[in-house]
Design a protein around this ligand. Structure first.
Ligand code: CA
Length: 393
């Protein structure tokens, strides 16, 4: 440092300017911090998506405030088809008769699940449970299939990535040791090398005692490959919601309006303080064996909770508003033509449904009926699985 520069720094005027700049920067930083905390609290209050930020680790549809557009629509009554199943049930599947229903949710902050709109779906067969580790192992044994999480990421798919960082793995829920602010998803989601369906928490874990649990760390193409092998396909989002509501009309949960009717636990969700303290009050801190909780009105298990499940629809928060704007019932809707997530623009996502063992009213209550999730097709986690459906004809 030259003598001239030191002389300037020592001058009283310069010291005053430096002090002013320092306090100015401090005020800007404090404002920024307050803004982040405020945003985090608003996000909490608005029913954040459980999966927000997962894509980074590895709601726009301001629909009409009146959820049902007109009195004549309000009088419209849902109707379950009365047709019998078209034949004997394929192994492990249940006949879902299809019909006319209201799709959506009343939750005030779920803008992407509004407005209520009229939907018709044809009847279809649906897997009674989530696909289990045992079932997925049969598929892998028969086909030699290697899941996305088991493959080394290709350099061309991650331009600019350091080659040593392209390691096979998946995103794992890794709870912090103490309470944390809920705006920072990196506090509980980690990319773990070697995590995949055989090793849900990483290389040191296995599934030997979990063969009847839902398979996890399944990317969209893995789910498609399994369903195709089984002669089935993934459900559309509308099929999933029709099936999960189990003959009920616009109830908060798949089983009614009460979370725990008569004190009974109806689904595998999160109890305690999210994300640091999971009390496992419902008997499970992570996945449960499929069908550990009561079936819904169609005889389907875990349509709410346990693991999120892939559907075949692209995600857009304004899709329901688009359907409702047509002013007519949507018949067998298959999702929008493209995807848009305002929280992570540029990342195309498919819809997840049903919520998981990590869902809690403190952070994300999307295990409630009508709750929508979303995720990039190449990304599995240890709370995401799937089940298949089959055409009725
Ligand atoms: Ca589920």
């Amino acid at each position: 440092m030259s003598i001239d520069v030191l002389r300037v720094l020592k001058s009283r005027r310069t010291r005053l300017i430096i002090c002013a700049l320092f306090f100015g920067a401090l005020i800007v930083w404090l404002n920024f911090r307050d803004h982040r905390l405020r945003s985090a609290k608003e996000s909490q209050a608005s029913g954040a998506h459980c999966d927000d930020g997962i894509g980074a680790a590895k709601s726009l549809a301001a629909a009409a405030s009146d959820p049902i557009a007109s009195a004549s629509e309000a009088a419209w009554a849902p109707k379950i088809n009365e047709s019998a199943s078209p034949g004997p049930a394929p192994a492990g599947m249940v006949w879902i008769p299809g019909g006319h229903f209201w799709m959506g949710a009343d939750e005030p902050h779920w803008q992407d699940a509004k407005p209520w709109h009229r939907v018709y779906v044809d009847g279809f067969w649906m897997d009674r449970t989530e696909v289990t580790n045992e079932q997925f192992a049969e598929f892998v044994k028969a086909t030699g299939y290697v899941t996305v999480a088991e493959r080394k990421p290709r350099a061309e798919d991650y331009p600019g990535a350091i080659p040593e960082n392209l390691i096979a793995g998946s995103v794992v829920f890794t709870p912090p040791q103490r309470p944390v602010e809920l705006y920072d998803h990196f506090q509980w989601w980690s990319y773990v090398a070697g995590a995949n369906w055989r090793h849900p928490e990483g290389p040191v874990s296995d599934i030997k005692s979990r063969m009847n649990h839902p398979v996890v760390h399944i990317a969209y193409e893995d789910a498609i490959a399994y369903c195709k092998w089984a002669g089935k396909r993934l459900p559309t989002e509308a099929e999933f919601e029709f099936a999960s509501r189990g003959r009920l009309d616009r109830k908060r949960y798949d089983w009614g309006d009460e979370l725990r009717p008569g004190g009974k636990t109806m689904a595998n969700t999160f109890q305690g303080h999210f994300p640091d303290t999971n009390t496992g009050e419902d008997g499970y801190k992570a996945t449960a064996p499929v069908a550990s909780f009561p079936a819904n009105g169609f005889g389907l298990f875990d349509m709410s909770g346990n693991v999120w499940e892939w559907t075949s629809d692209w995600y857009r928060p304004d899709y329901y508003a688009m359907l409702a704007a047509r002013g007519e019932e949507a018949v067998n809707p298959k999702g929008p033509a493209d995807s848009f997530d305002p929280n992570e623009p540029g990342r195309a996502k498919r819809v997840h449904r049903g919520g998981s063992y990590l869902c809690t009213d403190q952070y994300c209550s999307r295990y409630a009926a009508g709750g929508r999730g979303k995720g990039e097709p190449d990304t599995g986690t240890n709370h995401l699985g799937f089940r298949c459906v089959k055409e009725g004809k």
